[in-house]
Design a protein around this ligand. Structure first.
Ligand code: CA
Length: 232
């Protein structure tokens, strides 16, 4: 899950991004409306945390642009980003205008990072899994709200990146994902595409799943990428 933080207050943007990364999301920062729209044209974001008061374009206008762009990611269907408006404007009229512009949620500053993260989780659940926080495929069960994973009924302790990678596979099973796609959706702009980061994380994830369940369902498809197999 990849999230764009659009916020011109640098310290706040960095704090929000750090909080999201601790929860296992890839988080990029855009300091203004133009760079937000540019980044969203290149990367697919699952959620955008959007400051209403930006130095260049009004946040409402940015929101309208982001939710109207068609969203594709190769052969898998992706949703347009969910938008959480972040603003000091808290009147009922402002909220209605924000929601009418395509925002999915609305958070008035100052807010706690815990609340923002909880709202992000709720938004992601809304579409991905019929509102259920538990995702199951093959012998794996993931509780995205509690950050817990079991394989074959045994508890598995994962790093935030391993957790994020597994969540991506569980949400898109039986589809081959190239390393580039995994980098795009699970890692953020700080990831170096020339390192073995995807291969290493997959290798650690497989080992932990196999230690718990005796086997793991993540196949390598030579020359193409990786696939979580749900049928044996
Ligand atoms: Ca601002």
């Amino acid at each position: 899950m990849r999230i764009l933080v659009v916020e011109d207050e640098q310290d706040l943007a960095a704090a929000i991004a750090a909080g999201l990364r601790r929860d296992g999301y890839a988080a990029d920062i855009a300091p203004d409306g133009v760079s937000a729209i540019d980044r969203a044209a290149v990367n697919h974001y699952d959620v955008v945390c959007l400051d209403l008061n930006l130095p260049d374009i009004d946040g409402l206008e940015v929101c309208r642009t982001l939710v109207s762009e068609p969203a594709t990611a190769g052969d898998i269907d992706v949703m347009p980003p969910k938008v959480i408006m972040l603003t000091a404007r808290g009147s009922v009229d402002d909220r209605i205008t924000g929601l009418d512009s395509g925002a999915d949620d609305y958070l008035v500053k100052p807010f706690s990072l815990e609340e923002l993260n909880a709202r992000v989780r709720a938004l992601l659940r809304r579409d991905t899994n019929n509102g259920n926080s538990v995702i199951s495929q093959a012998s794996i069960e993931m509780d995205t709200a509690r950050h817990e994973v079991t394989a074959g009924g045994e508890s598995v302790l994962l790093t935030v990146k391993e957790f994020a990678l597994l969540r991506w596979f569980l949400l898109h099973p039986d589809v081959v994902h190239s390393a580039e796609r995994l980098l795009e959706h699970v890692w953020d702009e700080h990831a170096d595409p020339f390192t073995n980061t995807v291969r290493m994380t997959i290798s650690n994830l497989r080992r932990k799943l196999a230690e718990a369940a005796g086997d793991h369902p993540i196949e390598t498809i030579p020359g193409r990428g990786y696939r979580l197999r749900t049928q044996t």
